[in-house]
Design a protein around this ligand. Structure first.
Ligand code: MRU
Length: 349
C-alpha cells in the first residue's frame, strides 16, 4: 500500500494534500511562497505539528526565490514572520524556521539570493527526511513499551500530521507490523473531525482494525471495554513534561488515570520546547466560532449563542505515563530525561 504523502516536494515545487477534503477527495494544492503557505497552514489544508513545521520550511525556501540581493536578512525575517504567525501552539513551526535561520546565517547575508535559496531548499528537504526518520524511530521505541491489547487515540497524529509515517499512529503501525494484533479506537475529534475524517481513513488504508467513537464516549469506553493504552501526539511539550495536544486530550488523560489505563505521548523532539517551563507558558490557539456552530458548512447551533473554541488543551505531566521520542522513552514528568532526549537529537543531526 502506497504511503500517504501529505507534503509533495518534486522538482522544486511544493504541493499539499488538501486535508480539508479528506476522506472524500484526494486533491493536491500547489503553493508558491510564504503567504500562501501560511494561509494553507491557517486554513488546515495541512495540519499536525510536524507537518506544519516541514511545510513552513518548504514555503520559506520557495519564497527565497524572491529575496533581494543585499536584503537577505530582512527578506528572510519578513517571510519567517508571516509563517510563524500562521498558528501559535505547535512549536514545530518555530523549530523548523530556526533551523532555516541557522542555514541562512551559515550562507551569510552577502551571498547571492540564488545561493541562499538553494541552501534553504536543501535544508527543508533535510527536515522532511529527518521527520520521517524520527517518526520511524519513535514508532519502534513506542512499540516496545505499548502493552498488548486495544489502543485509544485522539485527533490525527498519523502520516497526514507529519512528513510521513506518523507519531502516535507510528507507534501503532510499528506494533502492528511487528506482528501484534489489536484494535484501535479513534475519537471523532470535534470540532474539526480529524479522528473521523483522517485517522480512521489512515487506519482503514493500513488495514488496522479501527472503531470510531464520539469524544463524549471515552468515559464509557474506558469503563466498559478493555483498552490497554492511550497513545496521542503533541503540539508542544514543555520542559516539565506538560503536554499540549488537541482539545479533549486532557479529558482523556483524566479518564485514563481514573481507569488505570496508561497514557502515552508520542513526541518527536521537534515538538519538545525546553524554553517553555510548563504548560502555562504554551500559547493555546482559539479558532473561529463557525467550527463549533457549523458542521461541514451547515449551521447546527442557534444564532446568538456564544462559543469557546480552544484548539488545544494542556495535560499536566502527572497524568502522562511516558513520552515516546526518537531518542527513547522518557517517564512522564522526567525533566532531565526530556532535556537529555532533545540534546541527544541536536547532537545527532
Ligand atoms: O489542529 P491540528 O489538527 O493541527 O491538531 C493536531 C494535533 O493536535 C496532533 O495531535 C499533534 O499536532 C501531533 S501530530 C503528530
Amino acid at each position: 500500500m502506497r504511503d500517504v504523502e501529505p507534503i509533495l516536494w518534486k522538482g522544486g515545487r511544493l504541493s499539499l494534500l488538501d486535508q480539508r477534503r479528506l476522506p472524500q477527495r484526494e486533491t493536491y494544492l500547489e503553493l508558491r511562497g510564504a503567504r500562501d503557505t501560511a494561509r494553507a497552514i491557517r486554513s488546515m489544508v495541512v495540519r499536525g505539528a510536524p507537518a506544519i513545521g516541514v511545510t513552513a520550511a518548504f514555503g520559506l525556501a520557495l519564497e527565497a526565490a524572491r529575496f533581494r540581493s543585499g536584503h537577505l536578512r530582512d527578506d528572510f525575517e519578513r517571510a519567517a514572520g508571516v509563517l510563524l504567525a500562521a498558528r501559535p501552539t505547535a512549536v514545530n513551526l518555530r523549530w523548523a524556521l530556526e533551523r532555516l535561520r541557522e542555514t541562512a546565517a551559515a550562507v551569510g547575508q552577502d551571498a547571492a539570493p540564488r545561493t541562499l535559496a538553494a541552501a534553504l531548499r536543501k535544508q527543508a528537504l533535510a527536515l522532511y527526511r529527518e521527520d520521517i526518520a524520527a517518526n520511524r524511530a519513535l514508532g519502534a521505541a513506542g512499540a516496545r513499551v505499548l502493552p498488548s491489547g486495544d489502543v485509544l487515540t485522539h485527533c490525527n497524529a498519523g502520516a497526514l500530521a507529519t512528513a510521513g509515517y506518523g507519531t502516535a499512529l507510528g507507534v501503532i503501525r510499528a506494533a502492528w507490523s511487528s506482528g501484534r494484533r489489536f484494535g484501535v479506537y479513534a475519537t471523532e475529534t470535534r470540532p474539526f473531525l480529524q479522528g473521523a475524517r483522517l485517522t480512521a481513513w489512515e487506519l482503514v488504508r493500513l488495514r488496522i482494525p479501527v472503531t470510531l467513537i464520539t469524544d463524549g464516549m471515552v468515559g464509557a469506553l474506558l469503563a466498559t471495554r478493555k483498552v490497554a493504552a492511550v497513545v496521542v501526539g503533541t503540539d508542544r511539550t514543555a520542559a516539565n513534561g506538560d503536554v499540549a495536544n488537541k482539545i479533549g486530550t486532557y479529558t482523556i488523560a483524566v479518564l485514563a488515570r481514573r481507569h488505570g489505563v496508561p497514557f502515552y505521548v508520542a513526541a518527536p523532539t521537534s515538538s519538545i520546547d525546553l524554553d517553555c517551563a510548563s504548560g502555562d507558558d504554551i500559547p493555546i490557539e482559539e479558532r473561529d466560532a463557525d467550527e463549533v456552530t457549523h458542521i461541514r458548512g451547515r449551521r447546527v447551533a442557534t444564532e446568538g449563542v456564544r462559543v469557546f473554541n480552544p484548539a488545544f488543551d494542556v495535560t499536566p505531566a502527572e497524568l502522562v505515563t511516558a513520552i515516546i521520542t526518537e531518542q527513547g522513552v522518557v517517564r512522564g514528568g522526567d525533566r532531565t530525561g526530556l532535556a537529555r532526549a532533545v540534546h541527544a537529537a541536536q547532537r545527532h543531526r
